[in-house]
Design a protein. Structure first.
Length: 441
């Protein structure tokens, strides 16, 4: 690709390099030195490639991608005629037409000399694609998580001799998911028909996978000795967990091994009580966190009950819903949007209550034609403040945002990504840090 050449602040330092992934594996990467995939195939194109090629000290090969791209028809007669005349033209680098596979075979001979780049390849534009067409992003993540869970359980079922590993079926699901990760589908930058079709595909395969996942759990449950009135609780994650699970009006704190399961007895569940939980006007608490809301629904205070430390800076508010202008296409929004005074949704209703093992605050907002509903809650024995937000968004050329100012002195944030996590800076000490003012997590 070549879009990373569009970086607005920090030019990327390589065009031929080794990218190192989360698992330590390497991928050889090449960015086109002409900085376009619509090359004109002229002598100037060849001269620009030679001039721009950052890594010519380690590689004598670079790729010229010519023709009318983005569905424009590809190479034309003029491009081909130009290349024929340029093959041995004095004063420009040698030009050799051929297939990309031929280029790679020659280019990768120098791979041992390529520099290594570990971690994120951050593009300093197209920030709008982090949120545009959010339903596709949600379906994609749900499908990825389901596939991982199914792969783990099918491996377990295969080991137990219950069924052979269903490679063909998993491959078929993976191909559908990967197809819809195409670079103009998942960002939200395609036409309406693309999303009509991709949503239908997602709903079909997610339904199939959920049904297969339940079938797997049933198969494995029949293999495991299960005493009367007992249940199996699954943990597909790679770390041990202590979780509270609910069964009707009862709950139980369960310790779960990584990539495993626990058997729990119905007799061990205890009735839900309001001990340690409180919910009153503009306040909820679970004995670990004490949360105070302002009259407009924003979070005025978050106090750690054990230490007494306030997490919201003086004079600030958390969960401040704001509406900004969003003029343009699906790719980008105005970088200076913060300089404009945002509009505020109007709080129309709120209530505070205990729901089983949760202390809840529920808020309803209205912004012109759009409706926002939020449930903010604490779970008994849990140090997290959780938000469930639903928005029926009917406004055009606007974006809804929320903010959480805090007093945490952390220089890094740990962000969830596809198959692991990544540490990103919370500071603006360098131009690289400053340019990462929008991140997906």
């Amino acid at each position: 690709t070549q879009k990373i050449s569009w970086n607005t602040v920090n030019p990327f330092p390589h065009q031929s390099f080794k990218w190192k992934g989360l698992d330590g594996s390497h991928v050889l990467a090449h960015f086109f030195p002409e900085n376009t995939y619509n090359g004109r195939a002229t002598p100037k194109s060849a001269a620009d490639i030679e001039k721009n090629y950052i890594d010519k000290d380690v590689s004598c090969c670079a790729l010229m991608v010519y023709g009318d791209g983005d569905g424009g028809g590809g190479p034309g007669e003029t491009h081909l005629e130009n290349l024929k005349r340029m093959e041995n033209l004095l004063g420009i680098p040698p030009v050799k037409p051929g297939q990309v596979t031929e280029f790679i075979k020659e280019w990768e001979k120098d791979a041992s000399k390529f520099q290594e780049w570990k971690g994120e390849l951050y593009l300093e534009c197209h920030h709008g694609t982090y949120t545009t067409l959010g339903r596709n992003k949600r379906y994609n993540r749900k499908a990825e998580v389901l596939l991982r869970d199914i792969e783990w359980k099918t491996a377990l079922a295969d080991y137990m001799g219950l069924m052979p590993y269903p490679k063909d079926q998993l491959d078929a699901w993976w191909k559908k998911v990967l197809f819809n990760q195409f670079h103009d589908v998942i960002p939200g930058s395609s036409i309406k028909r693309v999303y009509d079709e991709s949503w239908e595909e997602y709903e079909t395969i997610i339904g199939e996978m959920e049904e297969f996942d339940q079938h797997l759990e049933q198969k494995i449950s029949e293999y495991i000795y299960l005493p009367e009135d007992c249940y199996i609780v699954w943990n597909s994650l790679s770390w041990d967990r202590n979780e509270t699970i609910c069964l009707g009006e009862k709950h139980l704190k369960v310790t779960l091994p990584s990539m495993g399961y626990a058997i729990v007895n119905n007799k061990d569940f205890v009735p839900n009580t309001e001990d340690e939980l409180s919910a009153e006007e503009n306040r909820i608490s679970n004995g670990i966190l004490d949360i105070t809301f302002d009259d407009d629904g924003t979070v005025a205070s978050v106090i750690d009950v054990i230490t007494g430390i306030e997490q919201i800076p003086k004079g600030e508010k958390g969960n401040r819903l704001s509406v900004y202008r969003d003029i343009g296409d699906a790719w980008d929004f105005i970088p200076s949007y913060r300089e404009f005074i945002p509009h505020k949704p109007i709080l129309t209703d709120k209530r505070f209550y205990i729901d089983g093992i949760r202390a809840c605050g529920e808020f309803h907002y209205l912004y012109e034609q759009s409706v926002i509903q939020q449930k903010v809650y604490l779970i008994k024995g849990d140090p997290l403040l959780r938000f469930d937000t639903f928005a029926d968004w009917r406004n055009k050329e606007t974006m809804l945002r929320t903010s959480f100012p805090h007093d945490l002195l952390a220089e890094e944030a740990v962000c969830d990504i596809q198959f692991g996590n990544i540490r990103r800076p919370t500071t603006a000490n360098s131009t690289q840090d400053m340019a990462k003012d929008e991140i997906p997590a």
